[in-house]
Write a protein that binds this ligand. Structure first.
Ligand SMILES: NC(=O)c1ccc[n+]([C@@H]2O[C@H](COP(=O)([O-])OP(=O)(O)OC[C@H]3O[C@@H](n4cnc5c(N)ncnc54)[C@H](O)[C@@H]3O)[C@@H](O)[C@H]2O)c1
Length: 312
């Protein structure tokens, strides 16, 4: 048996795919989640002896002490995610996104290794004409961004840690999120045959959920080489505008109408390209093309009438 890995928020969009891949690679996986949204996103793993699920709340000290026991790697994914949700539940956001991370760090021993994802959403506010790298200033405008940045600092105080600043994730997961822009545009394109876009020139960086999972696995396997550092994690060829994204979807969805809305502003002010050179130079390169993810999503939304539950 390989190393023991604790994943919190394991039933979520990223966690359910990550848990599946790690179990298949024969790691011993302890998956913890309060099951706020999807109840069955990990059901397929109960066949495996190297998988253990614990329903628990990571804001509770007794739970945290118990789940950390014997784990070599900790991947804390439990969070309230996205600006609209965090604005709705401000107290819970601080308690989960910041205080639970403090609690985790307090109870870790020095040997335990931690890999943490945060958002790059603070880049690009006022950095219009350049590629943002890990040294670019972060100016988060939402409570979500602020709490994730606070958590990143707390994580890095543990001298056995790696932080990934993720681009906007896309692709299918056992717990589907349709608030993420690629997933959202593709769903609307398939279901409504119409896309309305504010501020179409705004640029963003994207990454497939399976590439995110591969990066976590790369980090586990190359921990000492990467540790005590922050890395942007995105698909370098997917630094594109919202309009270019819509056109890629239109190439695959017949009769899609794209309407540019000129008299409204996007509350999300991100407009930036991101450099992923640091992680690429360290040996990991995201590679799943945006077009492949869009095709998967078209298949999903065309073949399913399920209404996916969103967290906003
Ligand atoms: N998806 C993205 O585009 C993206 C981008 C950047 C960073 N991230 C980060 O990745 C992580 C996972 O994001 P996601 O997209 O999978 O979100 P998600 O909302 O799908 O998953 C979060 C999971 O946490 C669980 N949870 C909530 N409160 C809990 C609690 N008190 N105790 C235990 N579990 C609890 C939920 O039930 C859910 O399954 C988050 O930390 C997020 O900030 C995601």
């Amino acid at each position: 048996m390989k190393k023991k890995i604790l994943i919190t928020g394991a039933a979520g969009y990223i966690g359910s795919i990550l848990s599946t891949e790690l179990v298949k690679l024969n790691y011993e996986v302890v998956a913890v989640d309060i099951l706020k949204y999807e109840q069955n996103s990990l059901s397929h793993l109960h066949f495996y002896k190297n998988f253990k699920f614990i329903k628990g709340d990571v804001t509770k000290p007794s739970v945290v002490k118990k789940i950390l026991k014997g784990c070599n790697y900790i991947i804390p994914l439990a969070a309230l995610v996205g600006a609209p949700l965090c604005d709705k539940f401000k107290k819970e956001t601080k308690r989960l996104n910041v205080d639970s991370i403090k609690l985790l760090i307090k109870h870790l021993n020095k040997k335990q290794k931690i890999i943490y994802p945060t958002t790059n959403s603070g880049y690009g506010v006022g950095e219009k004409n350049k590629f943002c790298d890990e040294n670019s200033p972060l100016r988060p405008v939402s409570l979500y961004g602020v709490t994730k940045l606070q958590a990143e600092k707390i994580i890095l105080s543990h001298k056995n840690s790696i932080c990934f600043r993720l681009a906007t994730v896309f692709g299918y997961s056992y717990r589907m999120r349709t608030d993420l822009i690629v997933n959202n545009f593709t769903q609307k394109a398939v279901k409504e045959k119409k896309l309305e876009i504010f501020e179409p020139h705004f640029r963003r960086n994207f990454v497939h959920v399976k590439d995110v999972v591969s990066a976590f696995i790369f980090a586990i396997e190359n921990f000492n080489k990467l540790k005590n550092n922050i890395y942007n994690l995105g698909l370098s060829s997917a630094n594109i505008t919202k309009l270019a994204l819509a056109k890629k979807i239109k190439n695959k969805v017949k009769n899609l109408k794209i309407k540019i809305i000129t008299n409204a502003k996007d509350p999300d002010k991100r407009d930036y390209f991101v450099s992923n050179k640091k992680i690429e130079n360290a040996g990991f390169k995201a590679s799943i093309p945006l077009e492949k993810g869009i095709s998967e999503l078209i298949d999903l939304f065309s073949s399913s009438d399920v209404d996916f539950i969103n967290n906003y």
